[in-house]
Write a protein that binds this ligand. Structure first.
Ligand code: TYD
Length: 223
């Protein structure tokens, strides 16, 4: 039982994963709004980025005027950004009892640089142990969508804005990406929740909320 003077209980860490155009940022926002309406304060954040230092590294990684780095350099940069993000934003928030909802995290490195970038999985897992250790997400929501629909949605959202190197990848890359995320989810069924992202965003938000309540808020069934 929590007593006056006790440190606050650690918050819950939830990440969203999926390909381009799956609606992750919208769903992060929707979940944080619902948590807030239930009296739970949550930090909405994203990767790469989420802290001042990590946002600077994001600028390097997504610079539309620079071709993509190789998979090794990318993995090191993503983990450098993640180290700063964890140290200055995620860990302090969780320690203060706030929830953290993050748009992409380590599973994106596993999928993009590992499975698709052909970087040895052991390299990614070594970096993961060094940087994240046991501070990984309590739940990961995979927004699952066909590559065709995801790319069409992403193009619509982008309009005439310039594309970064990741968005220039081909349809077959995005098909592979979907399979890589599904394989990660199948390997860790207790952490992952796979949500069909082809339906409208209210229905996706409802499915996410149902999963979060079932896992973490069982006692608050009326919320
Ligand atoms: P962003 O504009 O945030 O894309 P999205 O809206 O799809 O999340 O760009 C992030 C890009 O970086 C995205 O294409 C995925 C890629 N990425 C990796 O390759 N590895 C990683 O570890 C992370 C966090 C992102």
């Amino acid at each position: 039982m929590q007593r006056a003077g006790d440190p606050p209980a650690r918050g819950v860490f939830i990440t969203f994963e999926g390909g381009e155009g799956t609606g992750k940022s919208t769903q992060v926002r929707r979940l944080v709004e619902r948590l807030s309406a239930s009296g739970i304060e949550a930090l909405a954040t994203r990767e790469p980025g989420g802290s001042a230092g990590a946002e600077r590294i994001r600028g390097l990684l997504l610079d539309p005027d620079h071709p993509r780095f190789g998979a090794t350099a990318e993995a090191l940069l993503f983990y450098a950004a993640r180290a700063d993000h964890l140290e200055t934003a995620i860990r302090p928030a969780l320690a203060a009892g706030r929830w953290v909802v993050c748009d992409r995290f380590s599973d994106s490195t596993r999928a993009y640089q590992g499975a698709l970038g052909k970087l040895n999985g052991e390299v990614v897992e070594t970096l993961e142990r060094m940087v994240v250790g046991n501070a990984g997400p309590d739940m990961t929501v995979l927004l699952d969508l066909s590559a065709e629909t995801g790319l069409a949605r992403a193009a619509l959202r982008r309009g005439t804005a310039s594309t970064d190197g990741f968005e220039k990848e081909s349809l077959s890359f995005h098909r592979g990406l979907r399979q890589a995320f599904l394989a990660l989810a199948a390997a860790e069924p207790h952490r992952f929740v796979v949500v069909d992202a082809s339906v409208d965003m209210d229905a996706v938000a409802d499915a996410v909320w149902t999963a979060v309540r079932a896992r973490f808020l069982r006692e608050a069934a009326s919320v």
